[in-house]
Design a protein around this ligand. Structure first.
Ligand SMILES: Cc1cc2nc3c(=O)[nH]c(=O)nc-3n(C[C@H](O)[C@H](O)[C@H](O)COP(=O)(O)OP(=O)(O)OC[C@H]3O[C@@H](n4cnc5c(N)ncnc54)[C@H](O)[C@@H]3O)c2cc1C
Ligand SMILES: NC(=O)c1ccc[n+]([C@@H]2O[C@H](COP(=O)([O-])OP(=O)(O)OC[C@H]3O[C@@H](n4cnc5c(N)ncnc54)[C@H](OP(=O)(O)O)[C@@H]3O)[C@@H](O)[C@H]2O)c1
Length: 447
């Protein structure tokens, strides 16, 4: 009989983005055996497939840390495995294999639409797909996104700025119009991200837009000059323009519907002017009913994402449901999955990162969330008996994945792939080289 001290705890981490990887590290440091299952062949999530491709230093720094995490002996990696209702293995199956705690750190893979008429037209896209496309995540890497002349971006956050960056410096389209429902004082992007595109900014149009918005802003006590100064604060470090793209904002404006041609392609967007009102201590947006048409040939929603609704966890609005009275709170936050239908926590299931709070924060925030959830999971695991050191759970998982017929990618395979891609980057004289299909990647690791 194996004693309590000879046993071990075993957890599954679903999703190898920053939240899942940093959680796995904390768990491994506490001696927990961890199996990471990841949809993509490579680890890193949006850090690999979202952060702007030319941010080589940040990306390489993160990749190095992720490699070190995967190399930990307590951690097993199963890449190219999709978990969920229609995946290679379901959450219930994972649980039935014997994993004592399961972390869902799968990011926010659902697409948030506004359900406006015409959204189905060709040329109306979502930022997530485009970001995956230019970061070369299969299958988005090989999909075509038709952007050429006038592109409307809905939203005023950092994702909008990344997409503007791509349209202006890579695609070199004629015009980019960022449509923000709020005014210039409530943009969500960082000055640093504006530096890439402010060289293409139409300063005259911006002045006119500021004058148009000023009375509304003053009406809710916003500082017009401070807002203007913030947006223009990127000017001294503006990158030299490399395209003739005209970049401008339409503030206090919301999309109402999209117009299409006979071929089903978007040709315009009807927008409504907004005003701002102070209500219950908040600044809220109210439509004024005054509508106008903007001629565009592509629209890209940059309004954040929602979680994957079909993953197999209870959902409310755009998020997985968290236990409102967590048994193991960390920093006052709940990391536990809750089933409102039965009014109870879903025993052993945890959330972190963008799966806990969709589209919220930088990698550092996801990392902290991963570390916190590991803390919550450790508290939970310590309430359970250990499993024997020689427990067959990992063998059962591997058998089950084999039966799914999928090519499973191990951490050694990932290391091999990195070497092959690095050699190709060196051969081509590039900072970075990425294979664009799963088939290429699998072939590179000898499948
Ligand atoms: C366009 C964009 C640019 C960004 N740029 C920056 C930046 O420059 N600097 C910065 O600090 N932050 C940046 N961020 C934010 C940062 O990327 C996120 O904070 C972070 O990636 C969230 O981590 P996560 O682990 O919660 O989710 P994700 O990074 O989304 O990782 C989720 C992981 O789960 C896996 N997965 C998904 N579904 C399944 C499934 N069904 N089964 C198994 N695995 C699954 C995916 O393959 C992925 O590996 C950016 C975000 C975006 C969208
Ligand atoms: N370079 C970087 O560091 C980088 C790059 C990309 C992303 N990120 C991070 O990733 C996270 C997500 O970024 P994000 O840009 O998706 O989110 P975000 O910063 O929250 O911005 C979302 C934008 O969409 C608007 N929006 C949301 N719902 C809307 C709706 N229903 N109708 C109209 N507009 C709507 C928001 O307007 P309201 O303000 O009115 O809600 C806001 O302008 C952020 O933390 C961001 O900093 C960082």
């Amino acid at each position: 009989m194996i004693s309590e001290t000879q046993g071990k705890y075993i957890a599954a981490v679903v999703g190898a983005g920053p939240a899942g990887l940093y959680a796995a590290r904390q768990l491994a440091l506490a001696g927990i055996q961890v199996a990471i299952l990841n949809r993509d062949i490579k680890p890193g999530g949006v850090a690999e497939y979202g952060i702007y491709p030319n941010k080589y230093k940040i990306k390489e720094g993160l990749r190095n840390q992720f490699r070190q995490i995967l190399a930990m002996p307590e951690i097993k990696y199963y890449g190219n495995v999709s978990v969920g209702q229609s995946g290679d293995i379901t959450l219930d199956e994972l649980r039935a294999l014997g994993f004592q705690a399961i972390l869902a750190s799968v990011g926010a893979q659902g697409t948030k639409w506004l359900n406006l008429p015409g959204e189905e037209l060709e040329g109306v896209y979502h930022a997530k797909d485009i970001v995956y496309h230019y970061n070369k995540l299969p299958p988005f890497s090989k999909q075509e996104y038709l952007v050429c002349c006038r592109v409307a971006l809905i939203g005023a956050g950092n994702v909008m700025m990344d997409i503007a960056h791509w349209l202006i410096r890579d695609m070199k389209v004629n015009e980019v119009i960022a449509i923000a429902r709020r005014g210039p004082a409530e943009v969500k992007f960082a000055r640093k991200e504006m530096e890439y595109v402010i060289g293409n900014f139409d300063l005259e149009a911006f002045d006119a837009e500021m004058s148009r918005c000023a009375p509304v802003m003053q009406g809710v006590g916003q500082d017009v000059q401070a807002a203007k100064d913030y947006i223009l604060s990127a000017l001294p470090r503006a990158l030299e323009p490399i395209s003739k793209t005209r970049f401008r904002f339409e503030f206090l404006t919301s999309p109402v519907r999209f117009l299409g041609d006979d071929m089903g392609r978007v040709i315009g967007i009807e927008v409504e002017n907004n005003t701002l009102v102070s209500e219950e201590g908040e600044t809220r947006v109210h439509g004024l009913g005054k509508k106008r048409i903007l001629d565009v040939d592509a629209v890209i929603y940059c309004i954040g994402d929602k979680v994957d609704m079909d993953f197999g966890l209870p959902v409310h609005k755009n998020e997985y449901v968290k236990n409102p009275e967590p048994r193991f709170p960390v920093d006052g936050l709940s990391y536990e999955v809750y089933d409102p239908a039965v009014g109870k926590a879903v025993e052993g299931f945890f959330l972190a990162g963008w799966s806990r709070k969709a589209s919220s924060g930088l990698v550092g925030v996801a990392r902290k969330d991963g570390e916190n959830v590991a803390d919550a999971m450790l508290q939970y695991l310590r309430t359970l008996p250990k499993v024997p050191v020689e427990s067959p759970i990992i063998n059962r998982l591997e058998d089950s994945l084999k039966k799914s017929g999928k090519e499973i990618v191990s951490k050694d395979d990932v290391a091999r792939l990195v070497t092959v891609e690095q050699a190709e980057a060196d051969r081509l004289g590039l900072e970075d080289y990425k294979m664009e299909t799963n088939e290429e990647m699998l072939a590179a690791i000898g499948r």
